[in-house]
Design a protein around this ligand. Structure first.
Ligand SMILES: Cc1cc2nc3c(=O)[nH]c(=O)nc-3n(C[C@H](O)[C@H](O)[C@H](O)COP(=O)(O)OP(=O)(O)OC[C@H]3O[C@@H](n4cnc5c(N)ncnc54)[C@H](O)[C@@H]3O)c2cc1C
Length: 433
């Protein structure tokens, strides 16, 4: 259920195990997930996302680059903290491409699989046989009335990839099952993405990402947070972000004004390049995650992945990578030989590890914002203090920065940053300074 990023990845994995995989998506085959407004915002694919994408679609990164995506490695990928360029990491890599471009490539590869089809329809509920889900109730997607005609589709395994607005919890409750407990954190983040014509400026830059330093929480007067990415079609994609009532709007003059308070590469694009289309805005109110392992009972034949499980502050660029890791967890679960008709506890445990990691990265940083008021995890002050010191050291020391970026890129769990080795090096680096 759902044929955007997570649904496509789930279909890819399930195609290795099922006779037939049916993607139920209201937008149908020609426009899977096109309606979702957040797809127009700048989307970064983290290093772990590259690895996973190439795992499920061998040669995909090369194909993206061949078709116009920009591959940034080494010094072409720049991270700034409070306007200072961070220490250089040789093996850093990022693909510069828009979300529709990335998704279109994945969509083509998934729909080329002989056992995957798309049903242009909207899922409306689950079918149950005793304690397992045995199918989906759906209506043809053009049925918009209050009582649309419903049809049924049998299935051994149903995957919820319906994004943040998934109605899975309601459907479980309607059938006597507890919904997974949900954690929320108010973030109140404004996003604005604009596209610029790209010429010969900044030939050695693919990504320039600027964030506020740890001590400053969020201080727009030091250097505006934002990012610049070279994408397909000789364009720059620029995103500006702001919390609470400092959200960026769609006025071009204001957008350029804010770009001119960003780091040098973003200022240069503001000065030298012209807009290519409109400024798209988005308001992200809260991070949320559902923890299925906190349930005592759950029906067999049912899994969930992508934003329907966890949707965290997009400023850390984790969503696509989290969904690909969800698909890989599903693959590991099915390869273990477990019947898909049984409750997928093992899958939800595997998924929980990566969701916890993503949640920890985004919420620890968000709690530093003055307008974010909790809930605070146990030991938050200590975690925050140590984290701030590691960020400070990562600005000047390549080894600490490598560890830090491995966590940011979801290649390592955040606990790696509190290992004695990293903490000792952090102490030495800061003492020397
Ligand atoms: C402003 C913003 C910026 C972001 N930036 C980044 C970034 O830089 N990097 C990154 O990795 N992530 C980013 N993300 C997160 C990323 O967009 C999400 O994690 C990703 O979209 C999750 O994909 P999904 O398939 O789970 O959900 P979605 O993309 O929301 O797709 C859900 C799909 O389900 C379908 N659907 C809904 N209801 C039904 C139904 N009843 N029946 C059938 N189908 C249904 C919808 O039509 C849609 O196609 C950002 C998010 C936002 C909001």
């Amino acid at each position: 259920m759902g044929g955007s990023w997570a649904g496509l990845l789930a279909a890819r994995v399930l195609a290795d195990h099922a006779d037939e995989v049916v993607i139920i998506e209201p937008d149908g085959e020609g426009g899977l997930g096109r309606g979702a407004p957040h797809r127009q915002q700048l989307h970064a694919l983290l290093s772990m996302g590259h690895t996973q994408l190439d795992r499920w679609f061998p040669g995909m990164i090369d194909a993206l680059v061949e078709d116009g995506a920009q591959l940034g490695t080494g010094p072409a990928v720049q991270y700034y903290v409070d306007g200072t360029l961070k220490a250089y990491i040789p093996d850093n890599a990022m693909v510069g491409a828009t979300r529709p471009f990335l998704e279109e490539h994945v969509r083509r590869r998934v729909l080329a699989l002989h056992n995957v089809t798309v049903l242009a329809a909207r899922a409306r509920g689950l079918l149950f046989a005793g304690s397992r889900v045995c199918g989906v109730r759906f209506s043809p997607s053009d049925e918009t009335g209050s009582a649309p005609a419903l049809e049924e589709l049998d299935a051994d395994l149903v995957a919820d990839a319906m994004g943040r607005s998934s109605r899975l919890s309601n459907w479980l409750a309607e059938n006597g099952w507890d919904p997974a407990p949900m954690d929320r954190m108010q973030v109140d983040l404004g996003y604005a993405t604009a596209s610029f014509h790209r010429g010969d400026e900044l030939p050695d830059t693919v990504v320039a990402h600027a964030s506020p330093g740890p001590a400053n929480g969020y201080n727009q007067h030091l250097s505006e947070p934002g990012a610049l990415v070279a994408v397909e079609g000789n364009r720059w994609s620029v995103v500006l972000v702001g919390y609470s009532d400092y959200r960026p709007g769609s006025d071009p003059e204001q957008f350029l004004l804010r770009m001119r308070r960003c780091v040098a590469p973003i200022r240069e694009v503001a000065d030298r390049c012209s807009f290519d289309g409109d400024i798209e805005t988005f308001h992200f109110r809260e991070s949320q995650r559902r923890t299925f392992t906190r349930l005592n009972r759950f029906p067999g034949g049912l899994v969930a992945l992508g934003d329907s499980v966890a949707s965290v502050n997009p400023a850390y660029g984790q969503g696509l990578t989290l969904a690909t890791l969800g698909a890989s967890s599903l693959s590991a679960h099915l390869r273990s030989g477990t019947s898909p008709r049984l409750p997928a506890w093992d899958y939800f445990r595997r998924l929980g590890v990566v969701v916890d990691a993503a949640w920890q990265v985004s919420t620890t940083a968000d709690l530093a914002q003055p307008h974010v008021t909790g809930p605070y995890p146990p030991g938050y002050q200590l975690i925050r203090w140590a984290g701030d010191k590691v960020v400070e050291a990562s600005v000047i020391d390549p080894a600490v920065n490598k560890e830090f970026m491995d966590v940011v890129n979801m290649r390592k769990h955040p606990r790696a940053l509190t290992s004695p080795r990293v903490l000792m090096r952090t102490v030495r680096v800061l003492a020397r300074r």
